[in-house]
Ligand binder design. Sequence first.
Ligand code: ZN
Length: 121
Amino acid sequence: MVELIEEETAELAADLQSLRDELGALLELSEESARPVDLDQPIGRLSRVDAMQQQSMAKATREGHRLRLDQVKLALAALAEDEYGLCRHCEEPIGFKRLKARPETPLCVACQGRMELKHGG
Ligand SMILES: [Zn+2]
């Protein structure tokens, strides 16, 4: 893999910033739906189960967004330290194509693959 050129870093930095904004907005929006179901609400048993299922789904989505936002923030910090684009495990360049698809990714393809093998999927 080759290291990023200046233009690529700038492009990815912009991607990261808009990702951070989008995820922040999504988290704010989903705050409402992830609240615990009010069991005193006068709703039937089925709709209560429904509401609880919806809530746990909203919670899972929210958790995913939150984890992703953490990675985006770490990537932005790495950018400030001039360490962005390097695999956090083997320190090899991650490559522009992979970063363009997922600018917050902290690992190169090889290390990501190894991680997934280790964690069984
Ligand atoms: Zn690596």
